[in-house]
Write a protein that binds this ligand. Structure first.
Ligand SMILES: [Zn+2]
Length: 456
C-alpha cells in the first residue's frame, strides 16, 4: 500500500530547529494492521529535510510520524499494540503462532522484547505487607517476595533473603503499617531496621508449623519414656470399632518383595539418622546438616532432635475380608500348618469369600520357615529373620509414631477419628503430656479460630 507524507517541514532531532527545505524522499516499509485477510506492509514515502542551523552537526533529518510509527520502527504503533496484547496474554512461542493466523506475524523474540519494553508499574506502597521466601530452585536458592495483602498482589521480588535489602526497601517505601512474616530472624532484623514502627505479625501457617515442630522435638526426646506407658487397652480399641487395624496394617499391606524394599529403605533412613546424630555431636546445626547431606531441612530437624530413630507413620489400611479369620489362621500356623492352599480351603469352608492368593500373601509374612515350594531366591533367610524381628518389635511395643502423637495434639478435637482418640488417650496417660496437650489445644484453637475470623 503506497502512502505519502504531507509534511511541509520538521524539527531537527538534534537541535530542534524547524526546517522546510526539502532534501528529497526515501521509502520506509513499516508493517501495519492486516486488511481483509492480507498482511499489510506500507510503502511510506518519507521526506528528508536539511538542517539550516550552522552550529548543528546534522546536515539532514527525516520527517517523523509520532503516534503512528516510531523512529527506525518496522511496525506501526497500532500493530505493536495488538501484538503486545497477544504476547501479554500468551507467551513468545504461542503468541507468535497465534499472530500468524491473524496476519500480524511476529517472531517469538520480538514478542518477548515488546513485553520487556512495557514500563513497570509503580505500585503504591501497601499498608499491609507480607514478607516471605520464594524458591528460585526449591531446596537450593531462595529469594524474598513482598505481597500487598490487601490487594493480593506481588509488590516486589528480591534475589536473596538478607535483612539489608528488606530494610532498604522499607526505608524507600515508608508507610507500611503492618508486616506479616515467617520466623526468620533476618526478616525481623530487616523490619526493625527499615520500618521500626510497623507492627510485626507471625503468620498463622508458621505458628502452626512452630507448634508442630516443638511437639516433634518434645516427643523425640521423651519417646523412650512413652514406650513404657501401659498398652492401649483392648476394650478401648474394641469400642473404637477398629480392633485389628494396627495388626492388619502390619500383616499384609504389600507383597513380600515390597516388604524387602521397605526394609532396606528403613535401613537407609536409620543410617541417615545416625549420621545426623554424629554431625549434631560434632556441633553442626540443622541448616548445615541439611546442606551437607542434601536432605530436606524439616527431615533433618526431626532426626536432629529425636533421641531415638523416628519410625515412619503407619498407614491405616481399610478393613479386609480376611480380618474375621485372622485368629483362626494364627492358631493353625501355631499348630504347624503352613500350607496356604490347605488354610484357604479351611476358611473357605467357614465362609471366606476371598482368593487363595490373599491367604498366601498373609502366610508369606507369618510362616515360621521358608515355604518348601516357594521361590526362596526372593528373600534370604537372614532378611526374613530381620523382617520378623522388626515386626515383632513393632508389635511388642504398639506405640504410636511421633507423627501420630503430634497429629492428635494438633488436630481439632472434634475432627479426631476414633483411632486418633485412642492414641490421644494413651499418650495422655503421661502427666506431662497431658498438661502439654491442654496447652497446645488452646494454642491451636486460637489459631484455628483466627482462621475462621479472617475468612469471614
Ligand atoms: Zn539540527
Amino acid at each position: 500500500m503506497e502512502t505519502e507524507s504531507i509534511q511541509q517541514g520538521g524539527k531537527c532531532p538534534a537541535c530542534q530547529t524547524w526546517s522546510q527545505r526539502l532534501n528529497g524522499h526515501y521509502i520506509r516499509h513499516p508493517q501495519d494492521l492486516p486488511c481483509v485477510g492480507y498482511c499489510v506492509r506500507l510503502q511510506l514515502s518519507v521526506p528528508r529535510f536539511f538542517c539550516d542551523n550552522v552550529a548543528c552537526h546534522r546536515r539532514t533529518f527525516a520527517g517523523q510520524f509520532p503516534g503512528f510509527v516510531r523512529r527506525y520502527g518496522r511496525r506501526s504503533e497500532r500493530l505493536t499494540t495488538q501484538q503486545l496484547q497477544i504476547a501479554l496474554i500468551t507467551n513468545g512461542e504461542a503468541g507468535s503462532r497465534l499472530l500468524q493466523t491473524f496476519y500480524m506475524s511476529a517472531s517469538p523474540d520480538t514478542l518477548l522484547r515488546l513485553v520487556r519494553e512495557v514500563p513497570d508499574l509503580q505500585p503504591e506502597t501497601p499498608r499491609i505487607l507480607g514478607v516471605d521466601d520464594w524458591a528460585k530452585c526449591k531446596g537450593q536458592t531462595y529469594g524474598t517476595i513482598l505481597v500487598d495483602l490487601e490487594e493480593n498482589r506481588v509488590v516486589d521480588l528480591f534475589p536473596d533473603r538478607t535483612a539489608e535489602v528488606l530494610a532498604e526497601w522499607l526505608q524507600n517505601h515508608p508507610g507500611v503499617q503492618i508486616i506479616t512474616r515467617d520466623r526468620s530472624t533476618e526478616y525481623t532484623r530487616g523490619i526493625n531496621d527499615g520500618a521500626p514502627n510497623a507492627m510485626q505479625i507471625a503468620d498463622r501457617w508458621h505458628l502452626f508449623l512452630n507448634a508442630k515442630q516443638m511437639l516433634q522435638r518434645y516427643f523425640g526426646r521423651v519417646y523412650n519414656r512413652l514406650k513404657k506407658l501401659p498398652a492401649i487397652e483392648q476394650t478401648e480399641r474394641a469400642q473404637s470399632g477398629e480392633q485389628n487395624s494396627k495388626e492388619r496394617a502390619q500383616i499384609f499391606p504389600r507383597t513380600r518383595r515390597d516388604y524387602v524394599q521397605a526394609l532396606s529403605s528403613r535401613e537407609s533412613r536409620v543410617e541417615v539418622y545416625e549420621t545426623i546424630q554424629q554431625l549434631r555431636r560434632a556441633g553442626r546445626n540443622i541448616r548445615q546438616i541439611s546442606r551437607e547431606l542434601g536432605i530436606a531441612r524439616n527431615t533433618a530437624r526431626i532426626y536432629f532432635y529425636s533421641e531415638t530413630f523416628p519410625e515412619r507413620q503407619r498407614h491405616q489400611s481399610k478393613s479386609s475380608i480376611l480380618d474375621t479369620y485372622l485368629a483362626y489362621l494364627h492358631n493353625r500356623v501355631e499348630q504347624g500348618c503352613e500350607n496356604a492352599s490347605q488354610l484357604w480351603r479351611d476358611i473357605q469352608a467357614q465362609g471366606y469369600p476371598g482368593t487363595r492368593s490373599q491367604v498366601s500373601k498373609w502366610l508369606q509374612l507369618n510362616r515360621t520357615k521358608p515355604s518348601p515350594m516357594g521361590p526362596k531366591k526372593y528373600m534370604a533367610d537372614s532378611e526374613l529373620k530381620k523382617l520378623r524381628q522388626l515386626k515383632t518389635e513393632k508389635a511388642a511395643c504398639d506405640v504410636p509414631t511421633i507423627f501420630e502423637m503430634v497429629w492428635v495434639l494438633i488436630k481439632e478435637p472434634a475432627k479426631l477419628t476414633d483411632d486418633e482418640k485412642v492414641i490421644l488417650n494413651w499418650v495422655q496417660q503421661d502427666p506431662s503430656v497431658k498438661k502439654l496437650s491442654t496447652e497446645y489445644k488452646i494454642v491451636t484453637l486460637i489459631v484455628s479460630q483466627s482462621k475462621r475470623r479472617s475468612v469471614n
